[in-house]
Design a protein around this ligand. Structure first.
Ligand code: HEM
Length: 416
């Protein structure tokens, strides 16, 4: 069967390995209307940048769920743009930062940007170094670890907890929620529609933190979070602030965990590259960019066409669903030479768009890069001869949005 005849959103074979589909997209050109759901798949870097930048034409209201969002039917005389502007409360998952359009998006995004102060990021980075050592200490003597649960999951969760100022004495409780894993939600193949234990649990905690700090401010990060204001000076509802915290966990934890495990899988498969990076840790950031390019933890994001438009000469009617295929675009041969080859020294690898572009460009990009750099550096420094326990038994997240490993059993020799 030609790869493009498969259903990109549900075919289990493509969950395990989407590359044949990405390759086939590259052959048909930057725009392809897939036959199962009628979604326009955009796989060229420039075409995606154009879509991401045109917020007036392409709404993010369906960003994480695309064709699985039931949009309200426009009434007589109503356009799709009217529905998005006036009836977004009838659209599932709308109201989250990543589904808002300007100007509402701009206002809410400003709240989040205020949390990423240079000082907070510096303290957070110091926490990352300590946390990495602490987590590695837990398994270093055993000679083997399932890296997703033993390191990548708790590391990325606790880094965000620390960024937001969750008291240290609550960290173990937050970590415990990860063990519960995902509670499957009927019909949720995206992996992002909720139902996750962590998010259900953190809501009451953050509500309490914000209410407490508003009633009795202290000199701590949670007080800063509780007092953050919109650009016009208005104080957000407690629920809006809780939602920021939940969004950071939702968008930043599983993605970065998958980047770390993807990097360690590559190093377990290429021991000479692992030795090279141990000897020259300054080459780790470029290695991470190449992991982002070829193993983009977000496969893509959806947009809704608010008017009739054209992308690369292809007509895209009003109401169409478009998917910016960040993962596939990393193989755009117009931009990357020998695009399918993993090259840790690739010079232009940072031209990948794994973090998106435009108003919704990932606000956690630099945080994720720092987390991955510190993790890879410390894991390589502490563990030698890292190998896959069973190369044939790797399992991937069943999601059309997230790309990455569920389990990464490794064995190794302790170095120090
Ligand atoms: C390797 C890790 C990560 C990848 C690949 C990634 C990728 C992305 C992408 C592609 C988008 C844009 C989605 C769209 O345009 O619809 C996005 C948005 C977002 N990311 Fe990340 N992300 C990562 C890590 C993080 C981290 C660590 C955080 C924060 C702790 C974070 C927070 C967010 C938020 C809040 C948004 C929504 C921004 C908005 O809509 O304005 N991400 N991310």
């Amino acid at each position: 069967m030609n790869a493009l005849e498969r259903d990109f959103f549900t075919d289990p074979e493509l969950i395990r390995d989407p590359v044949p589909y990405y390759r086939a997209l590259g052959e048909v050109g930057p725009v392809f209307r897939e036959p199962h759901h009628g979604v326009f798949l955009i796989s060229g870097i420039q075409e995606i940048l154009d879509v991401y930048a045109d917020h007036a034409t392409f709404s993010a209201v369906i960003a994480p769920l695309g064709p699985f969002v039931q949009l309200p039917e426009p009434a007589e005389g109503e356009t799709v743009a009217d529905v998005v502007a006036n009836r977004s409360d009838e659209i599932p998952v709308s109201g989250q930062l990543f589904t808002l359009d300007p100007p509402k998006h701009t206002r809410h995004r400003a709240l989040l940007t205020k949390l990423f102060t240079p000082n907070r990021l510096k303290e957070n980075e110091e926490f990352m170094w300590t946390l990495a050592e602490r987590l590695i200490d837990e398994f270093a003597d055993r000679g083997e670890v399932e890296l997703c649960r033993g390191y990548a999951g708790p590391f990325t969760l606790l880094v965000i907890a620390d960024l937001l100022g969750v008291p240290r004495e609550h960290h173990e409780r937050f970590r415990g929620w990860l063990q519960g894993g995902r509670t499957p939600v009927a019909g949720d193949t995206s992996g992002m529609a909720g139902g996750d234990q962590v998010f259900a649990n953190l809501h009451p905690y953050f509500t309490q933190y914000i209410e407490d700090r508003r009633a009795a401010p202290r000199d701590d990060v949670l007080t800063h979070l509780a007092q953050v204001r919109f650009p016009d000076g208005a104080l957000p509802e407690v629920n809006d602030v809780v939602r920021i915290a939940a969004t950071l966990f939702a968008a930043g934890q599983e993605t970065t965990a998958r980047l770390i495990s993807a990097g360690m899988r590559v190093l377990a498969e290429q021991p000479s590259l692992a030795d090279e990076l141990r000897a020259t840790p300054e080459a780790i950031p470029n290695f991470i960019e190449e992991c982002l390019r070829l193993e983009s933890p977000i496969k893509g994001a959806f947009r809704l066409a608010l008017r009739d438009t054209r992308i690369a000469g292809v007509d895209v009617p009003m109401g169409s669903i478009v998917m910016a295929m960040n993962g596939a675009s990393s193989r755009d041969s117009r931009v990357f030479e020998d695009a399918h080859r993993f090259d840790a020294k690739r010079k232009n690898t940072r031209r990948h768009i794994a973090f998106g572009h435009g108003e919704h460009f990932c606000p956690g990009a630099s945080l994720a890069r720092t987390e991955a750099r510190i993790s890879i550096e410390r894991l390589l420094a502490r563990l030698d001869e890292v190998r896959l326990v069973d190369p044939s038994a790797l399992s991937y997240t069943p999601s059309f949005i997230l790309r990455g490993l569920n389990d990464l059993p490794l064995h190794f020799r302790r170095r120090s």
